[in-house]
Design a protein around this ligand. Structure first.
Ligand SMILES: [Fe+2]
Length: 399
C-alpha cells in the first residue's frame, strides 16, 4: 500500500447551527479583541450579524474589515496585516467564500513577519520555497459561507498579484487555521448558479486529487464518498435552494475533499484562467477538469475506473476509453446543472482570445504555479511550452 503523510488539521466543528458556538469557542480561548474579515455582502447575512452580537454580548471586541472583494490582492492582504499589527488583535475571524478566507489567512501570516513587504509574490514565491519559520501572531478562525472552496483547511492562500497579473499560492503549514466552524445553513437559499459553481469547484478538487500524484488509500476512501455526495446532491441543491439535506451533504463533501485530500493539480491551469480572464473560479474549473481526466488516463487508470463506477459510467478496461467516458459524463453533468460554456462567458465579456494567444498567455502563468509540477506525464519538464500548450489547446477546443 502506498505510504502517505497527513498535514496539520485545525479543530473542526461541522454541522447546522454550529455558528451559534462561535462566541463560546472564542471566549473559552480567552479572545479579547477580534477582527472579522469578510466581504460587505456576507456581513449583512443574518448568521454573521448573530455572530457579531454574540461576541459583543460576551465582552469580546469585534471590529469589522468588510472590504474583501473576489480575487483578493497582495496589497489588500498587506493592508489587513497592518491593521492586525497596529491594533493588536488576538483573533482573526474570516467569514465568507474562498476570497475572504484566503485574505484572512494571508494577512494573519504576514502580520507575523517583522520586515516590510512590498511584493508578496516575490517575497513568498510558491510551493516549496514558502518559509517554514513564518508564524502568525494571533488565533485564526475560519467559517465558509459556500460549499466549494475548502479553503478553511488548506495550508496556502490564493492571492492575486497586481504587479505580476497572476494568482499565486502563499503561505506555509502555519497558515492553516486553529479552528474551522462550518455551518451548512450559511448556504441555504443560495441561487442556482453560485451553488453550481461552488459544487463544481468541489467536484474538481475531488477528481483532481483522486487522479493526482498524491492520491492514496486514505485520501481516496474519503474522496470517493465526496464524489458520490456531489454527484447526487448538487443537482438537488441547484433545483431546491432551501433543501437543508442537500446543503449539508454538499457542505460535508466540499470541506472534506480538501481537508483530507491533497493538491488539486488541475488548479494550476484553473487559476491561470481566473488570473487572465477574471471568471468565477468554479466556471474556470469546469473546462479544466475533463482535460485533466484525459491527461491522467494511463497513470490513474484505477482511480478513473473507481470514479466511473460512482458516476454510473460503464467501465471497459481500456484506459483511454474510460477516461473519455468519464470526461463526457462530467460535461453532461454541467449541462444538466444549466451551466453556461466558458467560451460564451468570455465572448460576453469581450475577452475571448484566439487559440494561439490563449496558449501564449497561459503558459507562463501555469508554470509559475507549483501545482503544474505534479502532473503525470509531467508538463513542466523539457519542452514544457509544447506540453503545457497541448493541455491549454485541449481546454480551448472544448470550452
Ligand atoms: Fe478550487
Amino acid at each position: 500500500m502506498k505510504s502517505y503523510e497527513k498535514g496539520r488539521l485545525p479543530q473542526i466543528i461541522w454541522g447546522s447551527k454550529s455558528a451559534d458556538r462561535v462566541g463560546t469557542e472564542l471566549k473559552s480561548a480567552d479572545v479579547q479583541k477580534c477582527l472579522l474579515v469578510s466581504g460587505s455582502h456576507v456581513i449583512k447575512h443574518p448568521i454573521t450579524q448573530k455572530i457579531i452580537h454574540s461576541l459583543e454580548s460576551l465582552g469580546i471586541v469585534c471590529d469589522v474589515f468588510d472590504r474583501v472583494l473576489p480575487e483578493p490582492t497582495d496589497s489588500l492582504c498587506i493592508e489587513i496585516a497592518q491593521e492586525i499589527k497596529h491594533n493588536h488583535y488576538d483573533c482573526i475571524l474570516g467569514i465568507g467564500g474562498g476570497s475572504p478566507m484566503d485574505a484572512a489567512k494571508a494577512a494573519s501570516l504576514i502580520a507575523g513577519i517583522p520586515e516590510e513587504i512590498e511584493d508578496l509574490h516575490e517575497y513568498g514565491k510558491t510551493g516549496a520555497r514558502m518559509r517554514e519559520q513564518w508564524n502568525r501572531p494571533c488565533m485564526l478562525v475560519l467559517m465558509p459561507t459556500t460549499s466549494g472552496t475548502g479553503a478553511e483547511t488548506t495550508a496556502s492562500a490564493v492571492i492575486s498579484s497586481e504587479k505580476h497579473g497572476m494568482k499565486f499560492s502563499f503561505g506555509n503549514r502555519n497558515i492553516a487555521p486553529d479552528l474551522c466552524i462550518i455551518d451548512p445553513e450559511f448556504t441555504l437559499g443560495m441561487p442556482a448558479m453560485p451553488t453550481a459553481y461552488g459544487g463544481v469547484d468541489a467536484l474538481a478538487h475531488t477528481v483532481e486529487i483522486l487522479v493526482g500524484t498524491g492520491a492514496n488509500t486514505y485520501t481516496n476512501t474519503i474522496l470517493l464518498s465526496c464524489l458520490e455526495k456531489i454527484w447526487t446532491w448538487l443537482p438537488i441543491a441547484v433545483q431546491e435552494p432551501e433543501n437543508l439535506e442537500a446543503r449539508e451533504q454538499l457542505s460535508w463533501a466540499a470541506h472534506n475533499a480538501l481537508a483530507n485530500g491533497g493538491i488539486p493539480n488541475g488548479h494550476a491551469v484553473t487559476h491561470a484562467i481566473g488570473s487572465l480572464y477574471h471568471v468565477v473560479h468554479g466556471h474556470a474549473c469546469m473546462m479544466v477538469l475533463p482535460a485533466v481526466i484525459r491527461h491522467f488516463a494511463e497513470t490513474a487508470q484505477e482511480a478513473i475506473g473507481q470514479i466511473a463506477v460512482r458516476l454510473g459510467v460503464p467501465v471497459t478496461g481500456d484506459a483511454q476509453t474510460d477516461a473519455e467516458r468519464v470526461a463526457n459524463a462530467i460535461l453532461s453533468f454541467y449541462k444538466s446543472l444549466g451551466m453556461k460554456p466558458l467560451r460564451e462567458t468570455l465572448q460576453e465579456k469581450g475577452c475571448l482570445d484566439d487559440e494561439q494567444t490563449f496558449i501564449e498567455k497561459m503558459i507562463p502563468v501555469v508554470m509559475d504555479d507549483f501545482k503544474s509540477h505534479q502532473w503525470l506525464p509531467p508538463i513542466h519538464t523539457g519542452d514544457y511550452r509544447e506540453k503545457v500548450g497541448r493541455v491549454c489547446s485541449a481546454i480551448y477546443e472544448e470550452m
